[in-house]
Ligand binder design. Structure first.
Ligand code: TYC
Length: 114
């Protein structure tokens, strides 16, 4: 009769004989999907109130949170505005870039693997 062993069981003591039919079973893998940071970049032209609106509208921030994050981007040049799965991050970046373009602001939003 064949034995199904996990890798961690390989060297476990075993009664009986005959490893002829031993089948190694790899440990079930449940790797979490990678996460992506969504970044907002500063520029000299996009109005502060527009950026605050973007952060409220697409990132669910309160007005106070959005204002604080906007100021961080304004002063430091860039800030992480959220961390998401690849698909959600891509959607957020697309929404922000689209919204900015439609309003003719040069606001830039990007994503990078965490
Ligand atoms: N620097 C812009 C200004 O002074 C404001 C701004 C903040 C622009 C954050 C983009 O991501 C940004 N009007």
């Amino acid at each position: 009769m064949a034995l199904n062993l996990r890798m961690s069981d390989r060297n476990a003591p075993r009664d009986g004989e005959g490893d002829a039919d031993v089948v190694l079973q790899t440990k079930p893998k449940t790797k979490r999907p990678p996460l992506y940071k969504v970044l907002l970049l500063n520029d000299d032209y996009t109005p502060m109130e527009f950026v605050v609106h973007v952060l409220e509208r697409f990132f669910g921030m309160t007005h106070a949170q959005a204002f604080e994050v906007m100021l961080t981007v304004h002063k430091k040049g860039v800030a992480v505005v959220g961390v998401f799965s690849h698909e959600i991050a891509e959607t957020k970046v697309g929404q922000v870039m689209d919204f900015a373009r439609r309003h003719q602001h040069p606001l830039q939003c990007t994503m990078e693997k965490e």
